[in-house]
Design a protein around this ligand. Sequence first.
Ligand code: CAA
Length: 260
Amino acid sequence: MHYENLLIREENGIIFLTLNREKALNALNMQTMRELGRFFREDATLRNGIKGVIVTGAGHKAFVAGADIKEFLGLSPEQGREMSQFGHDVFSAIESFPRPVVAVVNGFALGGGCELAMACHLRVAAENARFGQPEVNLGIIPGYGGTQRLIQYIGRGKAMELLMTGDMIDAQEALRLGLVNYVTPQAEAMGKAVELLEKIASKGPIAIAKVIETVNAYFRHGEDGFAREVAEFGNTTGTEDFKEGAAAFVEKRKAEFRGE
Ligand code: CAA
């Protein structure tokens, strides 16, 4: 598939997705959002056997500096709602992607950029990363899930503060608050993300997909996550992977999972 604003490279089973609008600090214009949606809903799902996806921003300054503010001018409330719903749908496709998605946050992750990082399953921040939801500076609120996911990661009190002040936090503070999984020097962030994906790739792939579904169920309004766990535990016990994993343990050898 052809993309204008995404660079997609697959190496050793890992897809490297780079948001490629460096001059605009990789701001998410509508074209980029459409491409992200197309990638996660169509392109990536057709690539069998991939270990996962790493999402990052082009250049050394920004992961993503937010939605493209230049496209906001003249937006009507109806268009605003449509834009927000579309963003929710795209980020939900990332959050529900059955293989792990890791954000390598290599600079500013503001507004829609912070929201994109939060929609990924794991986050590795470079030391120069900066996170924030500065929408109130523009007189709006976050529209791609920020008011909800920020609470999920860092709790209501601190989320309320960041959402109301629009303040940025650095990588170490993001680590302390639980917003990111790791902080590394900039040159090592990608390597850390690859290491995480390689480790996860050695586990049962169906089990990984079910972990993603079941954890997401906790946050889905109206869904009973405990009931989902019972159902999915039952489903995983019916897999060939489980037979192999249990047999490998007893035989004191490494499991060879086939995702069946
Ligand atoms: N949209 C469009 N263009 C952007 C942008 C954005 N979100 N962020 C940066 N750019 C552009 C700038 O306009 C500038 O382009 P020009 O050279 O053509 O003027 C270029 O990127 C470089 O940016 P700066 O000159 O501003 O760089 P800086 O180092 O001085 O500042 C920054 C960096 C602090 C990140 C600053 O660019 C900034 O504050 N950006 C906006 C951040 C923001 O408010 N994000 C939230 C957007 S709203 C949103 O995301 C809503 C939602 O939830 C969906």
